[in-house]
Design a protein around this ligand. Sequence first.
Ligand SMILES: Cc1cc2nc3c(=O)[nH]c(=O)nc-3n(C[C@H](O)[C@H](O)[C@H](O)COP(=O)(O)OP(=O)(O)OC[C@H]3O[C@@H](n4cnc5c(N)ncnc54)[C@H](O)[C@@H]3O)c2cc1C
Length: 501
Amino acid sequence: MSGGGKDAMEEAAAARRFVVIGGGISGLVAAWRLVNQLRPDRSPRERPVEVLVLESSPSVGGKLAVGEVGGVTVDVGAESMLARRPEGVALLKELGLDDDVVHPRAASASVLSRGTLYALPKGTVMGVPVDRTRLRGLAGILDEEEVARVGQESRREVLRVTEDIDVASWVTWRMGRAVVDRLVEPLLGGVYAGNADRLSLRATVPQLWQRARAGRPLLDPAAQPEAAAPQGPVFAGLRGGVGRLPLVLAQKIEDAGGDVRTGVTVRGLTRTERGWRIETGTRDAAATAPGFIDADGVILAVPAPAAAKLLAAEVPVAAAEFGQVETASVAVVAAAIGREQLDGLTGTGLLIPPVERRVIKAATFSSNKWKWVSDETREDNLVVRLSLGRAREETVLQRDDAELSDLAVAELRDVLRREVTPVATRVVRWGGALPQYEVGHLDRVHRIREAVAGVPGLAVCGAVFDGVGIPACIAAADRAVHDLDAGLRIDLRTLVNGPRG
Ligand SMILES: Cc1cc2nc3c(=O)[nH]c(=O)nc-3n(C[C@H](O)[C@H](O)[C@H](O)COP(=O)(O)OP(=O)(O)OC[C@H]3O[C@@H](n4cnc5c(N)ncnc54)[C@H](O)[C@@H]3O)c2cc1C
C-alpha cells in the first residue's frame, strides 16, 4: 500500500482484520473491546473490519468453567472475583448481568494449624498481620512465643528494601517463619498455588512491598486499617457460576459482528509486509492440514508457555522471557455430599498450609458460600470444592481421577473429624494453570511489553501480566487493545505520511 492522503488511510483501515489468539477471559475481553469498535458511531478509520477469536479448546473460557456434580452446576475453575477492584464487576454490569451479581454469604473461613481449625484472623494482608490491635486473633494458629515475636516487629530496626525479594525472606525476618508457614502460605497457595520462598513480594503483595521499600515496619503503628479499610463486599460472583461469563461474552461478541472459533489451535505466527500470517490447525497436529489466516493486528492472550512458542521466531526476546515463567498445575475435586453428613458445618471453607502435610490445600463449602449454589442443590446434597496442587508438586496430581478424589475426600474427613462419603465427585485438572510471580517477575513483564511494543500489530495480555485474578486479566486485556490501537495508529500515519525525519 502506497500513496498518500485520506483515501489511502481509509483504504488501509477498511482492510483491517484483528485476530485474538486464546478464548479465555483475557482474550474474550480484548475481542469484546475490539468488536465494540465495529459500532456504527465510530468513524470508518477506527472501525476494524473483522474480529476473530481463535480458541484451541472445544469451548471458550479457559480457567472459567462450570461443571456438574450430583446434579448441581458449580464453578470448577475460578469461582469468584475481587470486588474491590472495579474491572470485574464493571464488566458484569456492562454485559447486562447486574441482576446476577452475587456476593459470598458473610461467613468466615478457617485455617488448619497443628491439626486444629481456627478462624482466619482479621487485620492481615495476604496472611501477614498488619494490625497490632488484632494480634489476639493469631492465638492457636501461632503459639504464644510466635505471637509475641509478631508483636515486637515494629520495635525492630527496618532496613529499606531496594530490590525485589521473596515473600518468605522478608516476612520471616520481620515476624518469624511461623507467620509464613501458617498464615502466608495458605493464602498465597490459594491465589498462586505457589511457594512463599519463591514468590515476589513486589508482585504478589504490593501493599507490603511499598512498606518494605519505605523502610516501614509491617505492623505499622500509625496505620488504622479498620478506619481505612474500603467498604463493601470483598468478593463477587455470578449466579449460575463465574464460568457463565465467557459464554455470555462470546455470544455478545458474535452478536456484535465478531467471530469466535473454537477447536482452532494456532501453531505459528509469521510477520508479513502488512501484518501477520497465522498458521492454524487442531490440537492434534497430525490430524489436519494447516490453514492460514492473514491479520493486520494480533492480540496474544494465551498462557506463558504457548506465548513462548508462538513468539519464538518473530519476537525471540519476549519468547525467551515468557519461557522463563514457571507455572503450577492444580486440580479441583467437586464433591456432592449428603446434607446430614455436613450438618452444623459453618463458614465458607478452610485453608491448609503445606506445613500440615496434606494433599488438599483448601476446601470451599460452596453451598454455604454461595446462595445460588444452595438454591440449586437437589436431593439434600451440599457441594464442597476441594483444591489440590502447588508449584513443583505435580506428582500429587499424577493419580487417576478415582484415586485423587478418594484421597482428597479422606483428607477432608480427617480435617473435619466427621464421616464424609460423597454421593458424587468430579475431578477437573488444570495443567500449567497458574503463572508463578517469582522474584523479578515485574521486571520480566516490563521486558516482554517493551519487546512487543517494538513490533507493530502485536499486543499481549493474560494472567502472566498484572495479576492472575479475573479483574487483573481484564485490565491487562484493556491495555493490550490500547497498545495495539496506539501501535497501529502510528503505523498507519507512517504509511500515509511516510516515515518521519
Ligand atoms: C482452579 C482455578 C481457580 C481459580 N480461581 C480464581 C478465582 O476464584 N478468582 C479469580 O479471580 N481467579 C481465579 N483463578 C485464576 C484465573 O481464573 C485465571 O488467571 C484467568 O482465568 C486466566 O485467564 P486467561 O484468559 O489469561 O487465560 P486462560 O484462561 O488460560 O485462557 C487462555 C486460552 O488460550 C487457549 N490457548 C492456548 N494456546 C492456544 C493456541 N495455541 N491457540 C489457540 N488457543 C490457545 C487456551 O485453550 C485457553 O482457553 C483460578 C484459576 C484456577 C486454575
